[in-house]
Ligand binder design. Structure first.
Ligand code: ARG
Length: 580
């Protein structure tokens, strides 16, 4: 159920009937205050200005043609020409009751299912995942889950960086360790960071090593079996490291979602050939370059996009062009959504412009670079360890769980140690995720353990706790919350406010997937939990003196709140528990 969309359709019809031209924006919004109704149609003012007529008179004409009797009991003109819509309690009551019986909580599937490629996480395999990969991984995962829930066909692509010059040095180093009989998993690759450091040190300092490393890169790219085997070993271990992180993070990425840079290797020369044949790329100092006028600087100099190095080597750019073609033509993507740090904005603009000119992207494919801001430390600088090193993502997540455990142990709990462990893990990981997802995607934000783990304010622990509180009512009443059904009556203002919020779930999900903004859902769930608390204060459920009808009706509201919190958090990749 999408009340906003229903009103938009009805307002469009009314505006047409009132003589306005097709496509006039009805400007339907949620009202900001109860005295302005629940929704507003604000389009009369804009339209009147264009036609130079009186906006209130035009609003009246629209109202005369507007048929909203099935969902509203009052429609009025306010101020210069706002149309305020007051929703009918009976309509809300029925909608809540039917959503509560629906497995998808009344959320409809997209009318047209899109094929959406979601490129996220995509770490470089030369090193272990660090905090810089957190945002791409969890934002992308929330969007992928939500698109799926809305009925789209989602193709997850973990565009891992498994190809490039560093791998020559890594496999040369690996080869030597293997020859020395070092145990691969236990010793050599247990800590990818130090493995990388050691290899790099040899590359910089040791005679002959750098040459061997370069030779191995070439061999690798030519498909040499020995180098390929070493490379496979390295990649395999590195992928296992990231899989551990995905499991800790409760992220849906699987091994089969990996479509790494190396997957495009055999296409890269052809990509360059096409760019040259079409006159899009030109030779410049031995390299193949695309000069992009659309991105010229203020002196009019075109932006320089190198697609092949002077020695013939391919780059990150070449792979991304091949990825455009594969996703748009082979996979038939309607949308390609890429979750990458904002610092790569220029690269993706260059990719899109070039790929469109070359026909690697079909016109029907929308290419959506979804940048995100940086996670900062308390000092306002990018998040680092105390000594200034990069923080491994696995370590950060372990710390989150340890801190959650300490925090939870401050409270009395009837639960077993094992149950408490599980709760601490859900709370700790949930806290990190919610704190991140609730910020606007494109802003930088400051990482703070105390705020994210607090049981007050917009945090995962607060929402998880709110969920357990709703569930405890059903335990007390001895009623199965999932199966509870009853006629719903919306009488009190708190019931009405809660019912409207519940019916806005689909609107929120729609906005979230169209703009790639999980913070919209985070904010919604917090508002929902807060409205539930006010409802619970004002409208007793199990207290003596409450009629059976009221009790059962309110339990339906409670049940739908619990399911919506659970589903909403699940779409964010955050788990709930029955008790805490
Ligand atoms: N591996 C890259 C990095 O760590 C991100 C890749 C994103 N996806 C892409 N199609 N380029 O910065």
């Amino acid at each position: 159920m999408n009340i906003k969309q229903i009103l938009i359709d009805k307002a469009n019809a009314a505006m047409l009937a009132a003589g306005l031209e097709e496509g006039t924006n009805p400007a339907v919004t949620q009202s900001t205050r109860p005295q302005f109704g629940d929704y507003q149609i604000n389009g009369a003012m804009g339209a009147a200005k264009k036609l130079k007529t009186n906006p209130r008179e035009l609003a009246q004409k629209i109202i005369d043609a507007l048929d909203v009797s099935d969902l509203a009991d009052k429609v009025e003109i306010a101020g210069p020409g706002f149309i305020n819509i007051h929703l009918k309690p009976e309509f809300l009551a029925e909608s809540v009751a039917s959503a509560n019986q629906d497995a998808k909580l009344g959320v409809a599937e997209h009318a047209k299912a899109d094929t959406v490629v979601v490129d996220y996480s995509s770490p470089n395999l030369a090193k272990e995942m660090h905090v810089g990969h957190l945002r791409s991984t969890i934002i992308g995962d929330a969007i992928a889950r939500t698109l799926e829930f809305r009925g789209d066909k989602v193709i997850r692509q973990n565009h891992m960086g498994d190809w490039g010059t560093q791998f020559g040095m890594l496999i040369a180093h690996l080869e030597d360790l293997l020859n020395d009989g070092v145990d691969l998993e236990k010793v050599a690759l247990a800590d990818l960071e130090s493995f990388y450091r050691d290899a790099k040190k040899r590359f910089d300092d040791e005679e002959g090593f750098a040459d061997r490393a370069r030779e191995y890169v070439v061999k690798l790219q030519q498909g040499d079996a020995h180098c390929d085997k070493l490379w496979q070993m390295f990649i395999d271990t590195s992928v296992k490291h990231s899989e551990e992180v995905y499991a800790k993070l409760n992220v849906t990425l699987k091994r089969e979602d990996i479509y790494a840079e190396s997957a495009y290797n055999s296409e890269l020369q052809r990509i360059i050939d096409v760019l040259r044949e079409k006159g899009i790329a030109k030779e410049d100092q031995g390299a193949q370059v695309v000069f992009i006028d659309e991105l010229a600087n203020k002196d009019g100099e075109p932006s320089v996009f190198i697609v092949q190095k002077s020695g013939g080597g391919f780059l990150y750019a070449t792979t991304d062009l091949a990825a455009c073609e594969y996703r748009s033509h082979t996979l038939g993507a309607d949308r390609i959504m890429i979750f990458v740090d904002a610092r790569q904005s220029l690269h993706f603009s260059q990719v899109e412009i070039t790929a469109r000119k070359a026909g690697f992207l079909r016109d029907e494919t929308s290419y959506e670079f979804c940048p995100f801001g940086t996670m900062m430390g308390e000092d306002g600088k990018p998040f680092k360890t105390r000594t200034g090193g990069t923080v491994k993502l696995a370590d950060l997540l372990d710390e989150a769980v340890t801190r959650a455990k300490a925090k939870l142990s401050e409270r009395e709990s009837p639960l077993s140690d094992q149950e408490q462990e599980e709760i601490a893990s859900k709370v700790g990981i949930g806290a990190v995720k919610y704190a991140d997802l609730s910020k606007h995607r494109t802003s930088d934000y400051i990482f703070n353990w105390d705020t994210m783990l607090s049981f007050e304010g917009a945090t995962a622990p607060y929402l998880q706790y709110a969920y357990t509180r709703v569930k405890s009512i059903f335990r007390k009443a001895g009623i199965d919350s999932a199966a509870h059904q009853a006629p719903v009556v919306i009488a009190e203002p708190q019931e009405k406010a809660l019912a409207i919020k519940l019916m806005q779930f689909e609107e929120v999900l729609d906005q979230m997937v169209s703009d790639a903004t999980p913070h919209v859902l985070c904010g919604y769930l917090y508002e929902l939990a807060s409205l539930y608390m006010s409802f619970y204060e004002a409208c007793p459920v199990l207290k003596e003196g409450v009629s059976e009808e009221d009790k059962n009706s309110r339990l339906v509201l409670c049940s739908l709140v619990a399911k919506t919190l659970q589903k909403g958090l699940d779409l964010l990749g955050i788990e709930v528990m029955e008790q805490m």
